[in-house]
Design a protein around this ligand. Structure first.
Ligand code: DHB
Ligand code: FE
Length: 288
């Protein structure tokens, strides 16, 4: 049976990619942000995942406003990165966990999540930046991936409840997978930020802390809001919190917070990092 080890939640601001490319990790502006990943690296070293299921949103690279699936899942052997306009260096390609993708597709559709299934898929900064943060300097990514893209970009977005339920369905499907994979779940984006419009630059630390405080033990509280409530509270891009809520759902009922970091601002974003370890079924201690 596959082991779900835990979940890593992180902002995916493109400027992080430039900071990494220029080696600015210890620059005073960046240090408080990058320091938050030390405990994540320590945990990954012990946890040794070999597959990452990644909940993220595409920013116009693979999907655009003319064709916007609410929920899409990758079923490819490889996922290439391309630059959707930030001027970032190209990220290494990602190997797909294709058989596991197939199992998730079957299970999700049987569970009434009618996914858009992508046998070819480009992945943008929202998937690649978190990988650079989790596995800095890796010659080859140490995990194969199953990407799951949620529309957090264009109205109407899925409700937080639906996203949590999607994550729970993914969690059940992972639990029924008979392969030996050691799985880490990622949720990327957020926390509060708004890049454009009258509220450009909007941040909401009180709401961000509320989300961080409830994600682990009370995710249903976050799911009781509407997506537009989250836009109001966290900004029009802060609604990327939907990716965090879905990723949380995949971890089961019992998690323990290993670390968190919150730092304002990184670019236009209230940047946050959180690591929740699963305490259900085979946990890290048994698996190590
Ligand atoms: C920024 C944040 C994002 O989530 C994103 O996708 C692009 C830019 C920013 O703060 O600059
Ligand atoms: Fe984003």
């Amino acid at each position: 049976m596959a082991t779900i080890l835990g979940g890593i939640f992180t902002s995916h601001v493109p400027a992080i990619g430039n900071a990494i490319a220029k080696g600015l990790q210890h620059d005073p502006y960046w240090e408080p942000f990058f320091a938050g990943y030390g405990p994540v690296h320590d945990w990954l070293h012990v946890a040794r995942p070999d597959v990452a299921v990644v909940f993220y949103n595409d920013h116009g690279l693979n999907f655009f406003l003319d064709k916007m699936p609410t929920f899409a899942i990758g079923a490819a052997a490889e996922y290439r990165n391309s630059d959707e306009g930030w001027g970032l260096p190209l990220f290494k390609s990602f190997e797909g966990a294709r058989a596991l993708s197939g199992h998730l597709v079957e299970a999700l559709v049987a569970d009434s999540f009618d996914m858009t299934v992508c046998q070819e898929m480009l992945v943008d900064h929202a998937l690649a930046i978190p990988f650079e943060l989790c596995w800095p300097g890796a010659e080859k990514w140490p995990v194969r991936i199953v990407p799951i893209a949620i529309n957090t970009v264009q109205h109407p977005m899925p409700s937080p409840r639906r996203c949590l339920d999607l994550g729970r369905s993914v969690g059940r499907a992972l639990a029924s997978w008979t392969g030996p994979e050691r799985i880490v779940v990622l949720g990327t984006g957020g926390l509060s930020h708004q890049l454009d419009g009258a509220r450009a630059g909007f941040l909401n630390p009180d709401y961000d802390r509320y989300c961080l405080d409830h994600l682990g033990d009370h995710p249903d509280v976050l799911a009781a809001q509407s997506a537009l409530d989250i836009v109001e509270l966290a900004g029009s891009q802060g609604v990327e919190l939907l990716n965090w809520i879905a990723a949380r759902g995949a971890l089961g009922d019992h998690v323990v917070e290993i670390t968190r970091n919150y730092h304002i601002p990184i670019s236009n974003t209230a940047a946050a990092t959180m690591l929740l370890e699963c305490r259900e079924g085979a946990n890290l201690k048994q698996a190590a």
